[in-house]
Design a protein around this ligand. Sequence first.
Ligand SMILES: [Zn+2]
Length: 74
Amino acid sequence: MRNKYPGRCYRCGRLVKTGEGHFERIAGEGWRVQHADCAIKYRGTDVGLTATNTKNEQKIKKEPLSAATDKGLK
Ligand SMILES: [Zn+2]
């Protein structure tokens, strides 16, 4: 279906104006949009999908500060 609202293309990262792309419903994530051109260009590939997955997996690990401080002082 054509997108009724503008959004960011998950394939190339650029703006998709209303009616210039397709939107898809993703379980657990909501909606995503891609250009009509990108849908054809990247059909059958995981371009954009991989980037999204990587971003979601990036989590900052916090080291316990107390352990490092104790070492430095003693
Ligand atoms: Zn695009």
